[in-house]
Design a protein around this ligand. Structure first.
Ligand code: PLP
Length: 444
């Protein structure tokens, strides 16, 4: 837009979140990848597209339709209406989600406590909208955190206070300290958001004993936990997965956020929230938190597309409601890629010396999920990403995007989910060239 072009509005007169880095981050990263289509992308956290199958989508829809008629006893015109008409705000696959959580996670939920949402993103928005009651409310979130959470919090004017993540996934001493600090300042910490399994972006998981300690602390401090779990199924080893916080939750402390983007299809845009917390009104109990969230949803998206829900429902039904069973191919591809990436980094950066005041190039070795974090001895910002894409042909995500401040961050996130091992090799060669050149530049 030229300076002379007439304008009708200014950003300053719109909601303050507009223009905030949390809201522009995803678009910026997408724009960079569009500008350099030839670059290998180790940035995208999208699922692997080679497994997408259009014919299966039609079949899933039919499977769910048959389920409505054969299993649930709907007449054909009722089933047609359920799929094609406006529908129940809380969704039409809630019973299958409850079954899936029982089968895969050992979580027992009343289907009435489930709200099916337009992706997990809407679930986060609904929960934050509901929890933000007044100007003294704040949200705690393990840092680094998913930028979609920070952006949603901005939109509902809810400040986000970082809690140290560290090697255990959440520093409980810091969590307690932040709760106390907020309360001492007259603020009300409403909840703590975290991803206990293969977090985005850190890749870190919380072990079972620490999960239990976290729940104990949440009870002690009377704090809700918002558990976001899009990556939990993609563990690399064959041992048992740690139980989710929700599976360990005996006191309705945990609001569980689910996404089908990585385990079924991102294009369906279906997620959900389990909100079994009991809510009281002035005249007594008014039902689960899920009902309050549904009230907000009715004014945001009305209901989640029943056609999209049917696709998810059909996929669940075809695998006995087990997404573990439905994702065996995906899990082994992501595991293979993660191992390939870590081995590739080890080969390209052998015997990293500690140089004077500069640490060597280091990387995490997560036990699953999509993400590896590489730490380097120089600042990693958007300008470096742009140069990496233009001059070296490789995309990654600056870790600075996952921190809610402007401090320089010397790390980048690599994702293994949307690439082949061959693309990982090419991408790592290019990344190694960039890092080597930067090391020389910063040493000189
Ligand atoms: C941690 C986390 N939560 C939520 C989402 C969004 O999920 P959905 O696509 O279902 O909105 C993502 C997507 O990448 C994510 O990484």
């Amino acid at each position: 837009m030229s300076a002379a072009e007439p304008v009708d509005l200014t950003v300053a007169d719109l909601h303050p979140a507009l223009g905030d880095p949390a809201l522009t981050s995803m678009n910026f990263l997408n724009e960079v990848s569009e500008r350099y289509p030839a670059a290998v992308s180790l940035a995208a956290g999208r699922p692997y597209e080679e497994f997408f199958d259009l014919a299966a989508v039609h079949r899933h829809l039919d499977t769910f339709h048959r389920h409505l008629v054969d299993d649930l006893g709907h007449r054909p015109e009722q089933a047609r209406r359920l799929l094609l008409q406006y529908g129940r705000t809380k969704g039409i696959v809630h019973h299958l989600i409850a079954r899936n959580l029982a089968v895969d996670e050992g979580i027992t939920v009343d289907p009435e406590d489930v709200v099916v949402t337009v992706g997990c993103q809407e679930a986060m928005f609904l929960v934050l909208r509901a929890l933000r009651a007044g100007p003294t409310d704040v949200l705690l979130a393990v840092a680094p955190t998913y930028v979609g959470l920070t952006g949603a919090a901005r939109l509902v004017d809810l400040p986000v206070w970082p809690v140290a993540g560290g090697p255990t996934g959440i520093d409980l001493a810091d969590l307690a300290a932040q709760v106390h600090r907020a309360r001492a300042a007259g603020l009300r910490p409403r909840a703590c958001y975290l991803m206990p399994d293969f977090a985005n972006p850190s890749g870190v998981s919380i072990d079972t004993a620490h999960r239990q300690r976290l729940l104990d602390l949440a009870a002690q401090e009377d704090l809700l936990l918002l558990e976001d779990n899009p990556y939990g199924l993609f563990h690399s080893d064959d041992g048992p997965r740690p139980p989710t916080l929700k599976a360990l939750d005996t006191g309705r402390r945990v609001v569980y956020l689910g996404s089908f983007a990585k385990t079924v299809l991102p294009g369906a845009r279906v997620g959900y929230v389990v909100a079994d917390q009991r809510v009281a009104g002035p005249d007594g109990p008014v039902g689960p938190l899920a009902d309050q969230l549904a009230m907000i949803k009715s004014m945001v998206t009305v209901n989640t597309s029943p056609i999209a829900q049917a696709v998810i429902g059909g996929r669940l039904l075809e695998h006995g409601c087990s997404l573990v069973a439905a994702n065996t191919r995906e899990r082994s591809a992501y595991t293979r890629n993660l191992r390939h990436l870590v081995a590739g980094l080890t080969r390209r950066f052998p015997d990293q010396p500690e140089q004077l005041d500069r640490p060597a190039v280091r990387w995490t070795v997560p036990a699953g999920g999509f993400f590896v974090v590489v730490t380097v001895p120089f600042p990693v910002d958007d300008a470096l990403l742009d140069r990496s894409a233009r001059d070296y042909g490789v995309l990654w995500t600056p870790m600075a995007h996952f921190y809610d401040d402007t401090a320089p961050v010397r790390a980048l996130r690599l994702s293994v989910s949307a690439v082949t091992p061959e693309q990982i090799d090419v991408g790592l060669d290019r990344l190694a060239a960039l890092i080597t050149d930067e090391l020389t530049r910063w040493a000189g």
